[in-house]
Ligand binder design. Structure first.
Ligand code: NAP
Length: 484
């Protein structure tokens, strides 16, 4: 039974077989799919979900954020595939909110909207020289090696001897690891072919990860350090003085989260192993902040002036970095800033610029503090870039529960919805080529077949035009493949 609202429906009984609840989820990453899952599982609810996605390919962060050598994490997409196969679910991809479809269109056609648009931008840092050539945000570098169409044409000079990655989160570790892997290790991942090609010719001998606080305060997780120990062609090097905890960190050690203590244990083990024997080194440094990016005569990055920090206890009890009078210069030819992600504003959607998220109160969208009825936000667009993928399952379910509470209590706008085909017609009138889930399956099969040739799970299509051309070609030769 499909979700066919092909006549004007009465105002009452929303969420019943006679009048299913119609929900638009904007964004097809993990949080969006977990919200769809929670809606599907809600007892006694009859609901239809349309999921909008800007790219022709679904799964957001799982496809374009999770590192290509983390295939186990990417397997979570199988759960999303099962949801997408339901006849109460439609993928409406290759459609950009604010351009192809407006928030006002969604308000007219749906009872509720859930924004699951993630955090697509890198946090910026105000350091002199940070915008020099060869200084790049992690979002772009990660998108580049993951084949995201927006970053397909980014270029990186990998002919340099040393790269630095600023930040001490899992993204910094991902970036450092990808730069440190051998071509043989990368070939069997779904790293984008253009990135594989560039990384194959990399001359980088040293990748230095720079944390502004100490080992106990690092945001990365122990599993990520374990993985570094397994690199086929690089040694992880930590200087003993960098893992000698300062008195304040020692005072915190016993009560620190177990992951922080496990990090310190692993870092100590790295320190004991010394320099190792591989040509390539991945160095983890602590208590240093870039103070200035130094330019060569061509205006490209030649180095960093690093300020050494000490830790001081802030009023909230946390240890924060305080600059000391010590500095050093580090020669660096490539610089990646991995200091966190933030959301990007979408026309018509209230945005909290300070926090870099959709303005919300516990997941209910607000506009200047006033609740916008029927609109919700999940995932990184709600909380900022934090939490592992799995942790957003319960978080999305919690927001869906709030939506259903609002439905129950009559807080959702009571609307008479036009039939869904009107929205399809609107998109067609605007010349939007909508990519459906079955189209994606077709592209997916192409990618997997291409990947098999190099022993990889997939070799991604990285240009939107190319994807659409493949779909148009098959539609012309095999007839329409589209369903609702
Ligand atoms: P993150 O975990 O928030 O880490 C950001 C890092 O940047 C922190 O070490 C932070 O240091 C540092 N930083 C912030 N501002 C800075 C500045 N001005 N100068 C120097 N350093 C600065 O963010 P993320 O690494 O982007 O990761 C985002 C989320 O994705 C996290 O939840 C992460 O666990 C997750 N993720 C998971 C995986 C995985 O499971 N393998 C992979 C990638 C990402 P302070 O702590 O001192 O602020």
């Amino acid at each position: 039974m499909g979700c066919k609202l092909d006549r004007w429906m009465p105002k009452t009984g929303i969420g019943t077989a006679a009048r299913p609840l119609r929900v638009a989820i904007v964004g097809s990453g993990p949080s969006g799919f977990y919200a769809a899952e929670a809606i599907a599982r809600a007892e006694g609810l009859d609901a239809c979900v349309d999921m909008y996605e800007r790219l022709p390919t679904p799964f957001g962060l799982v496809r374009a954020g999770v590192a290509p050598d983390h295939q186990k994490i990417k397997r979570v997409a199988r759960i999303y595939e099962a949801r997408a196969a339901s006849d109460r679910f439609r993928l409406i991809a290759n459609v950009t909110l604010g351009r192809d479809v407006l928030v006002s269109d969604l308000r007219r056609h749906y009872d509720a909207i859930i924004y699951a648009v993630g955090g697509e931008r890198s946090r910026r840092i105000d350091v002199p020289g940070s915008d020099l050539a060869h200084s790049h945000p992690a979002t772009v570098f990660v998108g580049w090696y993951n084949g995201h169409p927006d970053f397909r044409d980014a270029t990186y000079d990998l002919s340099v001897r040393r790269a630095a990655v600023v930040g001490n989160g899992n993204v910094a570790i991902d970036v450092a690891r990808i730069l440190s892997r051998t071509p043989e290790e990368l070939r069997v991942t779904d790293v984008a072919e253009h990135a594989l090609d560039a990384l194959r010719h990399s001359q980088i001998e040293e990748v230095v990860v720079l944390g502004r606080r100490g080992p106990l305060q690092a945001a990365f997780t122990p599993n990520e350090l374990d993985e570094l120990a397994e690199l086929a062609g690089a040694d992880v090097v930590v200087r003993p003085e960098d893992v000698a905890l300062d008195p304040e960190s020692l005072a915190d050690y016993a009560t620190a989260p177990s992951s922080a203590r496990r990090n310190v244990e692993r870092l100590r083990r790295f320190a004991e192993r010394g320099e190792g024997h591989h040509r390539r080194k991945l160095r983890l440094r602590f208590l240093v902040s870039p103070e200035e990016v130094l330019a060569d005569e061509r205006g490209t990055v030649r180095g960093l002036r690093l300020r050494h920090n000490e830790l001081v206890r802030a009023e909230d009890g946390a240890l924060r970095p305080r600059p000391t009078d010590r500095t050093e210069e580090l020669e660096v030819g490539l610089l990646i800033w991995a200091i966190g992600y933030r959301g990007a504003p979408i026309p018509g959607v209230p945005f909290d610029d300070a926090a870099g998220v959709v303005e919300n109160d516990g997941g209910r969208v607000t506009d200047h503090g006033v609740i916008v009825p029927g609109e919700y936000v999940v995932g990184w667009a709600r909380t900022g870039a934090q939490g592992l993928i799995g942790s957003h399952k319960a978080a999305s379910a919690e927001i869906v529960k709030k939506m259903l509470d609002d439905l129950h209590e009559g807080q959702l706008p009571q609307k008479v919805l036009p039939p869904p085909r009107e929205l399809d017609e609107l998109l067609a009138e605007r010349g939007v080529v909508v990519v459906r889930y079955r189209d994606w399956r077709f592209l997916d099969a192409i990618e997997q077949e291409r990947g098999a040739r190099r022993g990889a799970p997939r070799d991604k299509l990285t240009r939107v035009d190319d994807m659409l051309a493949k779909l148009a070609h098959t539609a012309a030769t095999e007839g329409p493949r589209r369903t609702g």
